[in-house]
Design a protein around this ligand. Structure first.
Ligand code: LP5
Ligand code: MN
Length: 242
């Protein structure tokens, strides 16, 4: 049956070979034949710039994406908070199309909003300030003008800082904010489905914002042996979490 797949938050890196093996299995056993595969951000642990694409691990992963792109209708990727520097050279090598966040897609006659989801976590004020800084094109150009080893060292330092700062934050502020979700739906009149990742809290939440029922599909992360995807056909949307 025609279907479309959604994954996010794999955080692929050379130090997590089991997750890489899971992704290889997904490429081999699950993805082929899908009309489209959407990767909704945080595919890599971090991305320091497209000039890092030839590094052995990154080249191996790009090879898997390139192969997948020949086995599915279309392969799409949206940026996450770890890999927002994935650019056009990477996209070309991987055979995929980069999408804006948020954006609207059509799933067999039913529309959906897709997003990584970090922009919805508005209670996490420190993160939103950080996000505003690093998503600024001038800031990115300045960052990318530094030598690759310097950028990788900064990215790795930020990863450590991020893990430390999350220990200090209440779990609730790292989830989506209800008003931010309602505002997002309001930007896309007539659409009642939102698919996102980032929070690592897989579920389908339903809520009534007006006369309609709205659904928020949260994708699973691929940490510590977990993995999964959302599979959508014309009739059935199913969250598969393992
Ligand atoms: O990613 P995760 O799950 O750990 O946590 C996120 C938020 N953290 C981040 C940071 C990323 O993990 C690391 C980014 C690597 C990008 C590499 C590209 C190179 C760009 C370099 C940019 C300088 O996104 C975390 C959220 C959490 O999700 C839940 O939503 O809480 O937010 C933070 O940890 C941010 C801190 O609260 C505030 C930032 C402190 C550091 C500021 C130093 C700025 C130094 C700039 C150096 C040039
Ligand atoms: Mn994320």
């Amino acid at each position: 049956m025609p279907h479309t797949l959604f994954i996010s938050d794999l955080h692929l890196n050379a130090d997590e070979p089991a997750t890489v093996a899971r992704f290889e299995a997904f490429c081999r056993d699950v993805a082929p034949g899908a009309d489209a595969v959407y990767i909704l951000g945080d595919f890599f642990e971090y991305w320091a710039g497209d000039d890092d694409a030839s590094e052995a691990f990154n080249a191996r992963i790009i090879g898997l994406l390139q192969q997948m792109s020949t086995q599915v209708g279309t392969l799409y990727l949206q940026h996450g908070n770890r890999d927002f520097l994935l650019g056009p050279e990477f996209a070309k090598a991987a055979g995929l199309t980069l999408l804006a966040d948020p954006c609207e897609i059509d799933l067999y006659g039913r529309k959906a909003i897709i997003s990584h989801g970090d922009a919805l976590c508005t209670d996490d004020v420190a993160y939103q300030q950080f996000r505003q800084m690093v998503r600024n094109p001038q800031w990115q150009a300045q960052f990318l003008s530094q030598p690759l080893p310097v950028r990788k060292a900064i990215a790795e330092d930020l990863r450590r800082k991020s893990e430390a700062s999350k220990q200090e934050k209440a779990a609730a502020i790292m989830d989506v904010n209800a008003d931010a979700v309602a505002s997002l739906f309001a930007r896309f009149p007539g659409i009642t489905d939102l698919i996102h990742g980032h929070t690592h809290r897989p579920a389908c939440h339903t809520q009534h914002l007006d006369a309609n029922e709205y659904r928020r599909w949260v994708l699973p992360d691929w940490y510590e042996g977990k993995w999964g995807y959302l599979r959508c056909s014309a009739d059935v949307w199913q969250l598969q979490c393992y």
